[in-house]
Write a protein that binds this ligand. Sequence first.
Ligand SMILES: *[C@@H]1O[C@H](CO)[C@@H](O)[C@H](O)[C@H]1NC(C)=O
Ligand SMILES: *[C@@H]1O[C@H](CO)[C@@H](O)[C@H](O)[C@H]1NC(C)=O
Ligand SMILES: *[C@@H]1O[C@H](CO)[C@@H](O)[C@H](O)[C@H]1NC(C)=O
Ligand SMILES: *[C@@H]1O[C@H](CO)[C@@H](O)[C@H](O)[C@H]1NC(C)=O
Ligand SMILES: *[C@@H]1O[C@H](CO)[C@@H](O)[C@H](O)[C@H]1NC(C)=O
Ligand SMILES: *[C@@H]1O[C@H](CO)[C@@H](O)[C@H](O)[C@H]1NC(C)=O
Ligand SMILES: *[C@@H]1O[C@H](CO)[C@@H](O)[C@H](O)[C@H]1NC(C)=O
Ligand SMILES: *[C@@H]1O[C@H](CO)[C@@H](O)[C@H](O)[C@H]1NC(C)=O
Ligand SMILES: *[C@@H]1O[C@H](CO)[C@@H](O)[C@H](O)[C@H]1NC(C)=O
Ligand SMILES: [Fe+2]
Length: 634
Amino acid sequence: MKATTAALLLAFFAAVDARPAVDTRYPYKGPAVPIGDWVDNTINGNGKGFPRLVEPPAVKPATSHPTNNVNVISLSYLPEGIHIHYQTPFGLGEAPSVKWGTNPRHLNKHTSGHSHTYDRTPSCSQIKAITQCSQFFHEVSLDHLESGTTYYYQIPAANGTTQSEVLSFKTAQKAGDPKEFTVAVLNDMGYTNAQGTHKYLTQAANEGAAFAWHGGDISYADDWSSGIMPCEDDWPVCYNGTSSELPGGVITNQYKKPLPKGEVPDQGGPQGGDMSSLYESNWDLWQQWVGNVTKKIPYMVLPGNHEAACAEFDGPGNVLTAYLNDDIANGTAPKDNLTYYSCPPSQRNFTAFQHRFYMPGAETGGVGNFWYSFDYGLAHFVSIDGETDFAYSPEWSFAEDVSGDETMPTESETFITDSGPFGAVEGSVKDTKSYAQYKWLKKDLASVDRKKTPWVIVMSHRPMYSSAYSSYMKDIRAAFEGLLLEYGVDAYISGHIHWYERLYPLGTNGTIDTASIVNKNTYHTNAGTSMTHIINGMAGNIESHSEFSSGEGLTNITAVLNTKEYGFSKMTVVNSTALKWEYVRGNDGSAGDSLWLIKPDSECKSHGKKPSPHHGEHGGKPSPHHGEKSHPVV
Ligand SMILES: *[C@@H]1O[C@H](CO)[C@@H](O)[C@H](O)[C@H]1NC(C)=O
Ligand SMILES: *[C@@H]1O[C@H](CO)[C@@H](O)[C@H](O)[C@H]1NC(C)=O
Ligand SMILES: *[C@@H]1O[C@H](CO)[C@@H](O)[C@H](O)[C@H]1NC(C)=O
Ligand SMILES: *[C@@H]1O[C@H](CO)[C@@H](O)[C@H](O)[C@H]1NC(C)=O
Ligand SMILES: *[C@@H]1O[C@H](CO)[C@@H](O)[C@H](O)[C@H]1NC(C)=O
Ligand SMILES: *[C@@H]1O[C@H](CO)[C@@H](O)[C@H](O)[C@H]1NC(C)=O
Ligand SMILES: *[C@@H]1O[C@H](CO)[C@@H](O)[C@H](O)[C@H]1NC(C)=O
Ligand SMILES: *[C@@H]1O[C@H](CO)[C@@H](O)[C@H](O)[C@H]1NC(C)=O
Ligand SMILES: *[C@@H]1O[C@H](CO)[C@@H](O)[C@H](O)[C@H]1NC(C)=O
Ligand SMILES: [Fe+2]
C-alpha cells in the first residue's frame, strides 16, 4: 500500500500541471451505468440516443454521417495571449492545432498544442448521438499576441472532423490602457430558467463585451438527479412523470409547448425534455448551448459546488442513495449516505470541470481552473476558489476527514463532494495561511500596480455576507476578507445564492461603511477600509430562485435584493475613477439595478502606497469544524 501511495504522490508531483488523476484507492460501488436514465432508458430522444442533445455543435459537420466532430470551442486569456480549447468525441490522431493571423483571408500562423481525455461514463462510443458527445479535449495556446487586437482563427479538420469556419477573437487591452470596456459577469447558470440570460449574454458578446466571467456553478450537470426525483412541495426540482411543467420559478409559455416527438418530460428544459438524466451529456449540452459566446469572447470560469462531483446531496426519500449505493432504480433508502464511493472516479474531484475548461492557473502562478488572475485595461481580475483549498472549505479534502491516527478516511467518513486540495498545504489544514491559494492571493494582490490597474475585482463562487446567512460565509471571510481589505480590493463578487443582492460597502465583520455611501446608486471606494459585495447568482438553473428560510429577512447590510427575475450583470470599467455595474434582466434586457463605484480624490493620491496593516489579518478565530457537512441547495 505504501508503494502505491508513493507512486501516486510521485505521479502527482511530476505532473502538477497535468489534468487530474483520480485516486483509485476509492473504488466505485454503484450501478454499471452510473447515471442512468431510468425514466426511460430506451427512449430514442430526438432519434439520437438517450442523451437528448438538441443544441447545435460549434462546427456543423460537412456530412450527414460524420465520424468525429468539433462540438465545443472555448476561449480564455493567457498573459499576452489567448488559449483555444476545443472538444471532440474521438481523438484526432495528431496534435491539435489552430491556424491564425490578423487577416481572415490569410491565416499565416499555425500553432499546435496537446490533448487530454478522461474516462467519461458512459463513453462516447456507447452513445448514439456520438457526434454531440465530448471525450477528447484539445488545448492550443497562442502566445506573444498584440494587445487589444482582433485575430482570426480556424481549427483544421482531423480524423473525421470538419474544419471550423474562420472565427475571431480580440486580445485583452494592455494593462493601463484607459479605454472603456464591458464585462459580462454571471453566476449559477444552468439550462432550465436561463433562457433570458442566454439571450442577452449572447447579445452582449455580439455587441462587444470584452469577456464573460462565470463565477461557478456551470451547467448544473450534477442535477441530472432532478430528472428522476418525484415532486414534493418543498422540492421544486423534480421529475413529474406526467408534466412537462416545472413547479416553482417562472413558468414561461416556452415551457408549455408540447414536447418534441420522442421526448419524455425530464428536467424541464425549454422544450420540456431537453435536459438529459446523464451527468456528462448535461455538460455536453450546456457547453454547446453557450458555444456562440465561448467561441467568440474569452469565457473565464472558476469552480462552484456543482462542479465537484456527479451529485451533491440526496433528496426526498434518498432516491440517489438507493440508486447509486444500492442499485435500486426509483427506490428509496432510509438515510442519505452518499459517499466518495457513490460517483465513478471520472465524476469526482472536479474532474469534468478540469477537462472541459482551460484557465491560466499555471501561467499566472495559480492552479489550473481554480485560482488565477489577469489584467484588462484599467482592471486586475482575480478568480479564487471558494470551494476547496482554505481552512474549513465547503468541499473537504481527505485530510479534513481523517480521525485519530488514520492516514486515509474510511468509507463512511467520506462525503460525495470530497475534493482537493489542488495546491500544496504546508502546515495545519485548519489554518488558511498553510494553503498555496492564500499565499498566491497575497502575492498576486501585493504585486498589482495600481497606477496601471486602479481597479481590482475579485470573484469566488461563495459570498462572504448576505441577508440569507449561512455558516460557510464566516469561513470564507476568515480565509480571505482580511487580505482583500488589506490590498484595497474594490469589489467582491459571488453567486451561490440564486438571487441578485447588492450589499453596501462593508468593512470587517460586516460593518457598513456609511461614509462611502454617496447615494442609492453610488458608492465611494475606500481602500483598506471597505469593499462592495455583490451576489450575482441569478442566471437561472433547474433549482430556480433562492428564497429566505423561515425567520430570515432583509438585514441592514443589503441595499438591493431581487428574487424574481433571472439575468446577469454587465460591469463597465469607464475610467480610472469610475466603474459602472448593471444588472441585466433576462426577461426583457432592461436594467434591474445599477451602481457606480467612484474612487475619491484622496484614494487616487494614495495609490501605490500600501494601506495600513491594521486591516490585514483577520482577528476572528475560525469556529470549530462544522458538525455536519454542508448540504447547499444552491
Ligand atoms: C417511480 O416511483 C414512483 C413512486 O413509487 C412511481 O409513481 C413512478 O411511476 C415511478 N417511475 C418510474 C419511471 O418507474
Ligand atoms: C479517429 O476516429 C475514430 C472514430 O471515427 C476513432 O475510432 C479513432 O480512435 C480515432 N483515432 C484516434 C487516433 O483517436
Ligand atoms: C404533475 O403533473 C400533472 C399534469 O400536469 C399535474 O396535474 C400535477 O399537479 C403535477 N404534480 C406535481 C407534484 O407537480
Ligand atoms: C448560434 O448562432 C447561430 C448563428 O447565429 C444560430 O444559428 C444558432 O442557433 C445559435 N446557437 C445557439 C445555441 O444559440
Ligand atoms: C448506505 O445505506 C444503505 C441502506 O440504505 C446500505 O445498504 C449501504 O451499505 C450504506 N452504505 C454506506 C457506505 O454506509
Ligand atoms: C483531487 O485531485 C488532486 C490533484 O488534482 C489530488 O491532489 C487530491 O488528492 C484529489 N482529492 C480527492 C478527494 O480525490
Ligand atoms: C446594522 O444592524 C446591526 C445589528 O444587526 C447594528 O449593529 C448596526 O449598527 C446597524 N448598522 C447600521 C448602519 O444601521
Ligand atoms: C470618469 O467617468 C466619469 C463618469 O462618466 C466622469 O464623471 C469622470 O469625469 C471621469 N473621470 C476621468 C478622470 O476621466
Ligand atoms: C469580528 O468579530 C469577531 C467575532 O464576533 C471578533 O472576535 C473580532 O474581534 C471582530 N473583529 C473586528 C475587527 O471587529
Ligand atoms: Fe452554488
